[in-house]
Design a protein around this ligand. Structure first.
Ligand SMILES: C[S@@+](CC[C@H](N)C(=O)[O-])C[C@H]1O[C@@H](n2cnc3c(N)ncnc32)[C@H](O)[C@@H]1O
Length: 467
């Protein structure tokens, strides 16, 4: 891949004309296209170009001379530092417009569909407090703005999210609008108590310090799980902190902690220690119960997940006789959601713990027509499995952002099920995979859903019917 030439020059007062994939804004000067972050179509800006490639330049907006009518004041005081919610400067209806457009662009440019018939995006009912899970990081070096930093004031402890583009700086959050209470009160109380006891906040660069991460998981049914990770085990400090939290927040249904002395924050493979309550919380989607353990995957926007799964179910339109494969099943949520409409669902997923959760989720809902397999899709979706479980009438697939491996796409083409229902959080890789299947399938429905207001992310469901 060509890297492009590093440059530095200023272009004054040019117009932002569009927003494209990954939320990048497009600026145009004569016939030169410039990509930059954080522009809103209709803004007139000064841009510092830092890289020139043959077909486009890359730049940084350094001054907005005239604001677009689409631009609004971000409602969060942390907006300019925090790495979350990057689109708060756009009205929600404009966010939806540009998300839908991302899907259209992907299917036109990458999927080679001349005029993709995209159904209107399903927006989130509320644009705040829509997440059921948030993870905060403790740091002994909270972010300071340039002015404060230049006064020589020492760094302070912080508990919050990473600063945009910086792995080692944390914004000290006072209020976050992503998750309902008790999320903010819990985070603030834990920080206050830890400071009063002079507990060490993690030093990301030196990889040292007692307090590491804090996760809060909530359910629509009113349960809350608090998860803490400590860099080392100090039982007396841990008991002291967790007893304090447990007394102050008697409503917590579960308190779990991990000792994490690894170089990264992920908790996979570590032993959860149960301090209080249940080792899991339970949420419901369309009447089905889903058990959520501290690190298991569960869609983070439960209300929109229900809408998404109902779209999948309506496209499936089962009559009780279909063999359905749910590829990349995670904890089997889609598999269990559609099971009552079909003969059998075969779920496949890489992570073994997720497959254990998927089986439990079938059990607690008295669903007996699902089977689950753990392993790499390329290897597991093979002739032996098909011979054992039967040829799929329908394949539902929900891969990660990179999309499906080409071998998996080829296997689907070889199996040629009547329908393929393709759920994706990345329309670009989805359109790439759909292009490979287009010779054999009609693209009959393209339905975007907004799971993450104030971000450029968009979820998309595509229905392919065999020709
Ligand atoms: C977008 S999530 C699917 C979520 C699930 N359908 C749901 O709604 O809860 C993608 C899943 O693919 C799994 N995955 C990623 N690469 C995989 C691979 N090569 N083989 C099998 N599963 C894989 C991930 O572990 C993850 O659970």
């Amino acid at each position: 891949m060509r890297k492009g030439k590093r440059v530095s020059h200023l272009i004054n007062n040019i117009e932002v004309i569009d927003i494209i994939s990954e939320g990048r804004s497009v600026l145009k000067k004569e016939d030169i296209v410039i990509f930059a972050e954080n522009g809103v179509p209709g803004d007139f800006v000064d841009v510092e170009v830092f890289k020139k490639r043959s077909s486009y330049w890359e730049g940084r907006i350094i001054c907005i001379n005239k604001e677009s009518a689409k631009r609004i004041k971000p409602f969060c005081e942390h907006f300019y530092q925090c790495g979350g919610c990057k689109w708060q400067f756009l009205k929600y209806e404009d966010q939806l417009f540009y998300k839908e457009k991302q899907v259209k662009d992907a299917f036109r440019k990458i999927g080679k569909i001349e005029a993709p018939d995209v159904i209107g995006i399903i927006g989130n009912k509320a644009d705040k407090y829509y997440r059921n899970k948030l993870e905060f990081t403790f740091s002994n070096k909270g972010w300071l703005d340039k002015e404060t930093f230049s006064t020589g004031i020492p760094f302070k402890e912080a508990l919050g999210f990473h600063v945009r583009g910086m792995f080692n700086k944390i914004v000290d959050l006072k209020e976050c609008y992503l998750q309902a209470e008790p999320s903010n009160s819990l985070r603030n109380a834990i920080k206050e108590y830890s400071l009063s006891k002079k507990y060490d906040f993690f030093d990301i660069e030196k990889q040292d310090g007692f307090l590491r991460n804090l996760l809060v998981r909530t359910t629509q049914t009113g349960e809350t799980m608090l998860i803490l990770s400590f860099f080392y085990e100090d039982i007396s400090k841990i008991n002291d902190l967790l007893n304090h939290v447990s007394t102050k927040f008697p409503e917590l249904s579960s308190i779990v902690y991990f000792i994490n002395d690894k170089k990264n924050d992920t908790l996979t493979g570590l032993n959860p220690v149960l301090f209080k309550g249940n080792p899991y919380i339970t949420d419901t989607i369309s009447g089905n119960k889903y058990r959520i353990s501290p690190i298991s995957f569960f869609q983070t926007n439960t209300l929109q997940a229900e809408n998404l799964y109902n779209i999948v179910k309506s496209y499936l339109d089962g009559v009780g006789e279909e063999v359905v494969y749910d590829l990349y099943t995670g904890t089997g949520t889609i598999a269990n959601h559609v099971a009552n409409q079909v003969k059998k669902v075969v779920g496949i997923e890489y992570i073994e713990e997720a497959i254990s959760d998927a089986k439990v989720n079938s059990e607690i809902n008295n669903i007996s027509n699902t089977v689950f397999y753990a392993g790499d899709m390329v290897k597991v979706l093979n002739d032996e499995l098909i011979a054992k479980e039967g040829k799929p009438d329908v394949i539902i697939t929900d891969p990660p952002r990179v999309g499906m491996h080409e071998d998996v796409v080829n296997k689907i083409i070889e199996l040629l099920p009547k329908k393929v229902i393709y759920v994706s959080c990345n329309p670009a890789t989805q359109a790439r995979d759909v292009l490979l299947m287009k010779e054999f399938y009609n693209v009959d429905k393209i339905q975007p859903v907004d799971m993450f207001p104030h971000t450029h992310h968009v979820e998309n469901v595509v229905l392919l019917n065999r020709k």
